[in-house]
Design a binder for this molecule. Structure first.
Ligand code: G3H
Ligand code: 13P
Ligand code: ZN
Length: 333
């Protein structure tokens, strides 16, 4: 058993309570490799922002579960070496799909886990989520559950088929499971194609796609039922068009990629949304920077010469999200 506290990590309990009452959200950035982790920690340390290092099942398979744990431990020490005296860093399992996976993470130093039973029938979601909570809470590990289904073009489900969270279910779900936070569905989705062109309008000046608004009425409905309870938004990349353009101009092919406008995320962060998940934007930043180097310097073959610029671009992106979108800067002095 590896206790997350011995790694210098924290759980989400206090962090979320402060965020909900302070009108900001904590960034949950996914990482799969060293450059992403370095950029996240540098951005969080420079802005003194609490941060959630988010690891998916795929990331664990890619980077190796043991190595990831030591990387997270190293991240705490790296943060301190950057002058961040009391780093507030959470190591969180993203989209856990079984009790066994969540248990393995609890047993190996994660301070927070998500059990995603959102695709299950309601009673099965309740039972699985409760089982994870009962185990994780014995070790002080916080748990995120999910109600409502996020559609996404990446899993070949049209974004028309979102099942928004039903505010009538949330009190029952939270009470019976004991979850510490709840991911809800209000129109966000994973990946770089969050809406089809048919669902959007076009800005007459720029010709850019303009996405439909999020279902803030659903968020308000949830808040009315669970005042002050920590709410999570997945699928919250904004798919910056400057990265999409760089990628497309340098040999990439991402036609009509589109995300969630940052003003909408800012608005959600001021409400009870206290955790905002961002993965795709970091992938876009990295890909744009690498494609640019490959195009401009075809003779370059030292990975540091393209992963370095990719890391710089991700750091810039993370800082921007922290300072201008989530408002979490200075909240972990
Ligand atoms: O929600 C999904 C995250 O973006 C992680 O994606 O499963 O490809 O690592 P992944
Ligand atoms: P994006 O694909 O919008 O970055 O969402 C990431 C996410 O929700 C991870 O759980
Ligand atoms: Zn997600």
């Amino acid at each position: 058993m590896v206790d997350y506290k011995s790694l210098g990590l924290v759980n989400t309990k206090e962090m979320f309570a402060k965020a909900v009452h302070g009108g900001y959200a904590i960034p949950a950035f996914n990482f799969n490799n060293m450059e992403q982790l370095q950029a996240i920690i540098k951005a969080a340390a420079d802005t003194k922002s609490p941060v959630i290092l988010q690891v998916s099942k795929g990331a664990r398979n890619y980077a190796n579960a043991i190595l990831l744990r030591y990387m997270a431990q190293g991240a705490v020490e790296y943060a301190k070496s950057l002058g961040w005296e009391h780093p507030q860093i959470v190591l969180h399992l993203d989209h856990g799909d079984s009790f066994e996976l969540c248990k393995d993470c609890v047993d190996n130093g994660f301070s927070s886990v998500m059990i995603d039973g959102s695709h299950l029938p309601y009673e099965e979601n309740v039972a699985l989520t409760k089982k994870v909570c009962d185990y994780a809470h014995k070790y002080g590990v916080t748990v995120e559950g999910e109600l409502g289904v996020l559609a996404g073009v990446e899993d070949e489900v049209s974004s028309d088929h979102h099942t928004y969270t039903d505010p009538e279910e949330v009190v029952d779900f939270v009470t019976r499971t004991g979850v510490d936070s709840l991911a809800i569905s209000i129109g966000t989705s994973h990946g770089a194609y969050k809406f089809t062109p048919e669902q959007c309008t076009r800005d007459p000046k720029t010709g850019r796609l303009v996405p439909p608004p999020l279902a803030f009425d659903v968020l308000e409905g949830v808040e009315a039922k669970l005042p002050g309870f920590p709410i999570v938004l997945h699928g919250s990349s904004s798919v910056p068009q400057e990265y999409v353009d760089i990628i497309n101009e340098n040999g990439g092919k991402l036609p009509n990629a589109i995300g969630i406008p940052e003003e909408e995320l800012r608005k959600a962060a001021k409400m009870d949304v206290c955790k905002i998940n961002i993965d795709s934007d970091s992938r876009l930043a990295m890909t744009a920077a690498i494609r640019k180097v490959f195009e401009e310097k075809p003779a370059e073959f030292d990975p540091r010469k393209y992963l370095g610029p990719a890391r710089d671009e991700m750091e810039k992106l993370y800082k921007h999200k922290i300072e201008n979108v989530l408002g979490s800067n200075g909240k972990a002095e």
